[in-house]
Design a protein around this ligand. Structure first.
Ligand code: NAD
Length: 388
């Protein structure tokens, strides 16, 4: 069976879904690996490296593949070229991609969305949201350090002492904790806040101070946060305002699954920051944690420069691709049936639809939208389902 590695076509995407060093894992499972020429170019991975690793280079790889792997969803044109019954594995934000999901249904493709892989311990090695959040969190800290025109660490010299920078991090999930760890490694003083109770201990374990606002915590399902009420959001802003005003840099990474990012910081709160302050909003693309931040741009609010993140993992395509490719290898391994009988060769792509990881990640299969919320959003409530 053939796995195709797509060359990414969306603007600004520099990552690639498979790296040469992991091609051997797929051929080891019994697959032929076909790579579209130049697929790894932006991640500084040459076609020859894929060929040396045992892949074939094929400009028409997508049309002949049983499984197509990519970072971003395929284009509608690429979906129309898929072989009958082919499978796709990629990020696929189902809320924003209704037309593409309908196309995948109509061509009979089996599509899996990496965002939908359930957050259970067995699926940790396939969790691409976490692997890419790790890259984003690190990058946010480096961006803040690069933009801030002062030292992160304390410096005690013969010429005098320079105090360390004070950083506030809001949202201490995978990205936030990585941002905290990176700021600490650079020597800054870090304070952080998250709405989940479990986060306080994790913040402290990174050597940062956990900000306690004495508000109720918002633990949701699967280790995620719940949405705030308006009243709680207002209280949280009031209580956070003095911490933000005192910070040299503010890094925000807060998200609530399936929703717009919560607004945590008003432009008024940013205006109260000191001259030269820096704000890094990782959530800018999904609505922004900071009022006035713009994805992919640096804006000026009061005395602060506000950096809005846009496809942040793509700014470190090498490591981001390697981690994503490992997630892909792990999910493909789960979906591969080993050949039976002595001497039998070649694994078969045969996802087990009894497995909660397979079911959870599946968007379309056999001409149907299997992801219930997406099906309802696109096709309306089906008969027998209560109308809400
Ligand atoms: P995320 O990207 O959805 O959110 C980032 C952070 O923002 C979260 O920590 C959330 O609590 C926080 N947040 C949301 N609203 C906020 C608000 N109003 N104010 C401040 N903070 C707010 O989450 P994530 O980083 O992908 O994951 C969150 C947690 O889930 C992780 O820390 C981890 O404990 C858990 N997790 C579990 C698994 C697993 O079991 N397989 C995998 C990954 C993560």
């Amino acid at each position: 069976m053939r796995i195709a590695v797509a060359k990414e076509t969306r603007e600004g995407e520099t990552r690639v879904a498979m790296v040469p060093e992991l091609v051997g894992k797929l051929t080891g499972l019994g697959y032929e690996v076909a790579v579209e020429p130049d697929a790894g170019r932006h991640a500084l991975l040459a076609d020859e490296e894929y060929a040396d690793a045992g892949a074939v280079l094929d400009a028409d790889a997508l049309a002949s593949a049983d499984v197509v792997v990519s970072v971003q969803p395929l284009s509608p044109q690429a979906v129309r070229r898929l072989k009958q019954g082919a499978a796709t594995i990629s990020f696929l934000p189902v809320n924003q991609e209704h037309s593409l999901v309908a196309d995948l249904r109509d061509v009979g493709a089996t599509s899996f969305a990496m965002e939908l892989v359930p957050r259970i311990s067995r699926a940790q090695s396939m969790d691409a949201l976490s692997s890419q959040a790790l890259v984003s969190g690190y990058r946010c800290a480096i961006v803040a350090a690069g933009m801030l025109r002062r030292f992160f660490p304390l410096n005690m010299t013969a010429a005098g002492t320079v105090q360390p920078a004070e950083i506030v991090v809001l949202g201490a999930g995978v990205a936030g904790l990585q941002a905290i760890a990176t700021c600490k490694r650079l020597g800054a003083v870090v304070k952080a806040y998250d709405v989940r109770a479990a986060a306080a201990e994790e913040i402290r374990s990174m050597g940062a101070k956990s900000i306690d606002l004495e508000l109720d915590t918002l633990e949701g399902a699967g280790g995620y946060a719940r949405e705030m009420t308006e009243e709680r959001a207002r209280r949280q802003m009031e209580l956070l305002a003095p911490y933000i005003a005192a910070a040299d840099a503010l890094i925000t990474t807060a998200a609530v699954p399936g929703r717009q990012a919560p607004l945590l910081v008003t432009s008024e709160m940013v205006e109260a920051m000191k001259p030269g302050s820096v704000v890094v909003d990782l959530a800018a693309e999904s609505g922004g944690n900071v009022e006035g931040s713009v994805a992919g741009e640096v804006t000026r609010i009061g005395n602060a420069s506000v950096w809005g993140g846009k496809n942040v993992p793509a700014s470190m395509p090498g490591p981001a691709s390697k981690l994503y490719a490992q997630n892909i290898v792990n999910i493909l391994t789960l979906m591969t049936r080993k050949p039976e009988g002595e001497g039998a060769e070649g694994g078969v792509f045969a996802p087990d639809f009894e497995d909660e990881i397979v079911v959870g990640a599946c968007v379309t299969h056999n001409g149907e939208i299997r992801h219930a919320a997406t099906r309802e959003a696109i096709e309306g409530p089906s008969e027998g389902e209560p109308q809400s």
